[in-house]
Design a protein around this ligand. Structure first.
Ligand SMILES: Cc1cc2nc3c(=O)[nH]c(=O)nc-3n(C[C@H](O)[C@H](O)[C@H](O)COP(=O)(O)OP(=O)(O)OC[C@H]3O[C@@H](n4cnc5c(N)ncnc54)[C@H](O)[C@@H]3O)c2cc1C
Length: 337
């Protein structure tokens, strides 16, 4: 790990002043010698630094910023989640459990109890892909600026089956999958202290647009909070994931469904797949297939098949099609059970 200096910020202003004083090309650790980066709990950031993938000369600690770990709920205004909320606090919060069930399910199943006690929402959203070629310093992969995506023809069982270009990595954030399904907004404080609010679905950047970054965050920008719309009337949500291990690992496939129901009839639904594509994948095909249908074995199967109709598996991950079909079908059936 490279040498770095440490600044433990006591206020948002101080954190951003410190970052702005050390101008950085990018806040995304990974490929460059980033001059300065924010550190929340540091779980992903320190991994990247230990592996030599990020070499910042300064870390600005934001974990103790007052107010950044707030959570507020109002049945008409919706929910506000501060970026420094730990996954554990989100998992145990009763307003989340009652009104945004899929978020409760994702927060309580992500990683391990130890990780959830430390990991923050902001850090979870801005963590980098788990593609093993990206994570290994030995591989100068496409995302790091070379012309080769090693996973394309190499070991690709955990990689994308939908919506990818040459880079076949999948995004790592389970919470992003669910928050996209809830139509959440990300409130970002820019380096100039202005507020920018972007839909969660636009927060991630496809490698076909810019392979060196995974989110829209620019230098000095800080995620301040996530805003969820008020829970819709007769709206239920459900999240399912599966992986090679029940805990301790990122999912090989995950699904979040948010649906407005009339009895068992689905008036409309948002269905988002995680670990399927380089960004959370909103499955319009599945949503169209289930809209205005009574959810049962046959319609849930049809929606699951529709979701996978454009999947293009790589040499080692065709199994993901069956896994996603099963998860989508189960998620819809369990939603109305
Ligand atoms: C064994 C294990 C299993 C895991 N399983 C899962 C899983 O199943 N699903 C899943 O989603 N995750 C999983 N994780 C990842 C874990 O959830 C993240 O590493 C963690 O949430 C990162 O949070 P942090 O506070 O440590 O972020 P940090 O490591 O501090 O930061 C990560 C990145 O985010 C940036 N950042 C942090 N906060 C902000 C902010 N407010 N504004 C702007 N940039 C910011 C940092 O600069 C850095 O680039 C797992 C981790 C481990 C170790």
């Amino acid at each position: 790990m490279n040498k770095f200096s440490w600044y433990d910020a006591a206020s948002l202003d101080a954190a951003q002043k410190e970052v702005n004083a050390t101008v950085s090309e990018t806040l995304q650790p990974g490929t460059a010698d980033d001059a300065v980066v924010y550190k929340a709990a540091g779980i992903d950031l320190l991994d990247l630094m230990k592996e030599g993938l990020s070499r910042p000369s300064k870390l600005v600690g934001i974990k103790n910023l007052p107010g950044l770990d707030k959570l507020a709920f109002d049945s008409e205004a919706g929910m506000m989640l501060g970026a420094n909320l730990t996954l554990a606090r989100m998992a145990e919060n009763s307003a989340i459990k009652e009104n945004y069930t899929a978020l409760h399910q994702a927060a309580s199943q992500t990683a391990t109890p130890h990780v959830r006690n430390m990991a923050t929402l902001g850090g979870n959203l801005a963590q980098r892909t788990r593609c093993w070629y990206f994570r290994a310093i030995e591989h100068h992969c496409f995302r790091k600026g070379s012309t080769t995506c090693f996973a394309h023809t190499g070991e690709n069982e955990n990689h994308a089956i939908l919506g990818y270009g040459y880079c076949v990595s999948v995004h790592a954030s389970s919470l992003a999958t669910v928050l996209t399904a809830f139509d959440a907004m990300v409130e970002i404080r820019t380096a100039q202290q202005a507020l920018k609010v972007v839909p969660m679905k636009d927060f991630f950047v496809l490698p076909t647009v810019d392979r060196t970054r995974e989110t829209i965050l620019e230098a000095g920008e800080l995620i301040e909070k996530i805003l969820l719309p008020a829970p819709g009337k007769n709206t239920l949500s459900h999240y399912l994931k599966t992986g090679s291990r029940k805990s301790q690992d990122w999912p090989m496939a995950e699904v979040a469904v948010v649906a407005e129901l009339s009895g068992k009839k689905c008036r409309k639904a948002t269905i988002v797949l995680g670990a399927a594509a380089p960004v959370p994948f909103v499955s319009e095909a599945a949503m169209d297939a289930i809209r205005d249908k009574v959810i049962n074995e046959s319609t849930a199967t049809a929606a699951a098949k529709a979701a996978m109709q454009n999947a293009v598996p790589l040499s080692q991950n065709a199994y993901k099609i069956t896994v996603f079909e099963t998860l989508i079908k189960r998620a819809l059936l369990e939603l109305v059970a």
